[in-house]
Design a protein around this ligand. Structure first.
Ligand SMILES: NC(=O)c1ccc[n+]([C@@H]2O[C@H](COP(=O)([O-])OP(=O)(O)OC[C@H]3O[C@@H](n4cnc5c(N)ncnc54)[C@H](O)[C@@H]3O)[C@@H](O)[C@H]2O)c1
Length: 434
């Protein structure tokens, strides 16, 4: 089957590469010509474990190609996946400009039956709107179907998530389109991956409900951790024991500096906005966002409590990406913390194994170290903001001798408080100060 994937970012590139690995002939299209040039040279525009190998293998086999010519790719394909960005408008609603533009261009290039699959995260009702938009822009009398197939991959483990998903959700109003899209995912249901077939609207809603639930668990455990701090209870044990309840489960119960990334914050704001548009006040969604903002600010407050006046103090941030395994710094808590520390007069140094190039564009006013020890040298406080593997085994003896004052703020609770304090550090963490 010939497939075209429009948008070669985290979702489009990973989906396109993995579908070519399933045996499909895939053309990944992007309007960013420099991205396409990079991909044609075998360079990856994003950092994802295993992606480069899959891309190289399938390019060599002739099943994967890259192009900026959408019309040509549509002409050759039965199925067109839309995986472009859906950023946020000022009021929190989703900006569908890219999606609409692609749908319009696809419609103008269609010469026979096509299945248009929306993979981007779009508000409920978008598939209906695109159906109309495509009809209005057709140049000839051809049939088409719109399918909603939201993506649940996580940055950092995107390839594995795409190849081994918990479920695949396909929303379609036509049996013909449903059968075609199910066929693409055949290698997954041989692995017994559940396929949920439903309406377009329900599929669109599943994505927002899932992301809100995950973010809710994070905000929930962050609040529990903050209370633990005040009542001398240990959130680690609380979360472990709570997670043993099969109705709850252990995942996403790790306190920290709040969630970030390109999806959770914008998707929850979008669902709040959708709810408002149908005259519903989505109280839990709003609370999840408020708690998250407060959590980031709490890191700054606790740093101030530890160091007193920040003017003249030097603080090192270990980790800048919003989570390990990715170079994505969009809405990363570390960036918020760095900006607030700068505002309060501190100088900020930082190190991240993958995200320094991206962070530099957002935060040119801080110093970047070539490794964690260089970044932490001559500082008054090290804040572990992202739990990268290499921060799990820091050389504390050397760190102590290189820092101005031995203060560690482990926002991700990587270490055992007693152990680090025994090594002579002032150690603070999240909800484990018992
Ligand atoms: N990043 C994730 O972890 C993730 C997970 C699930 C769902 N999503 C959703 O998937 C969608 C894409 O997210 P992403 O992170 O891959 O975005 P991204 O910004 O990494 O990639 C989007 C790509 O689309 C390209 N593009 C924009 N307009 C185009 C056009 N008219 N024609 C061709 N290409 C165009 C851009 O150049 C860019 O390369 C969003 O709706 C997002 O919410 C993202």
């Amino acid at each position: 089957m010939n497939i075209c994937v429009v948008g070669s970012g985290y979702v489009g590139l990973v989906a396109g590469a993995c579908m070519s690995d399933f045996g499909m002939n895939v053309t990944c299209v992007d309007s960013d010509k420099s991205k396409i040039r990079m991909l044609k040279k075998g360079q990856m525009p994003i950092f994802e474990i295993g992606l480069s190998e899959i891309v190289q293998r399938n390019v060599k086999l002739g099943r994967l190609q890259f192009s900026s010519n959408l019309a040509d790719a549509v002409d050759r394909s039965l199925v067109i996946f839309i995986g472009v960005g859906t950023p946020e408008n000022d009021d929190g609603s989703s900006n569908l400009t890219q999606v609409r533009q692609v749908a319009t261009e696809v419609a103008r290039s269609m010469n026979d039956y096509k299945v248009i699959v929306i993979k981007s995260t779009v508000p409920v009702g978008t598939s209906r709107e695109l159906d109309q938009l495509v009809k209005e822009n057709l140049n000839s009398d051809v049939e088409f179907d719109i399918v909603s197939n939201p993506e649940f991959l996580r940055e950092g483990t995107a390839v594995n998530d795409f190849l081994r998903p918990d479920r695949v959700v396909i929303g379609a109003g036509s049996e013909r389109a449903l059968a075609i899209v199910r066929d693409i995912y055949r290698p997954l249901y041989l692995l017994e991956t559940p396929i949920v077939s439903t309406t377009n609207e329900t599929a669109e809603m599943v994505k927002y409900a899932s992301n809100t639930m995950l973010a809710l668990k994070i905000s929930f455990i962050n609040e529990i951790a903050n209370i633990c701090d005040r009542v001398k209870a240990d959130v680690y044990t609380v979360a472990t024991a709570v997670g043993m309840d099969k109705r709850i489960g252990p995942k996403f119960l790790h306190p920290g500096p709040g969630f970030g990334g390109s999806c959770f914050p914008k998707d929850i704001r979008s669902l709040v906005n959708t709810a408002e548009s149908v005259d519903y006040n989505f109280e839990i969604g709003k609370a999840v966002l408020r708690v998250n903002e407060r959590q980031k600010e709490l890191i700054v407050e606790k740093s101030c409590q530890l160091l007193g006046e920040l003017k003249g103090k030097s603080i090192c941030l270990l980790g800048l990406s919003f989570k390990p395994g990715t170079d994505d710094v969009r809405e990363a808590p570390a960036l918020h913390i760095a900006r607030r520390l700068l505002e309060k007069g501190a100088t900020v140094k930082a190190y991240d194994p993958a995200a320094m190039e991206q962070a530099r564009r957002e935060l040119p006013d801080i110093t970047y170290g070539k490794d964690y020890m260089t970044a932490a040298s001559d500082t008054d406080l090290v804040i572990i903001a992202t739990e990268w593997h290499e921060f799990r085994d820091l050389d504390f003896d050397q760190l102590k001798s290189r820092m101005r004052s031995p203060n560690i703020y482990d926002t991700r609770n990587i270490y055992d408080p007693k152990d680090i304090r025994r090594r002579g550090f002032n150690y603070i963490c999240t909800g484990r100060d018992c």
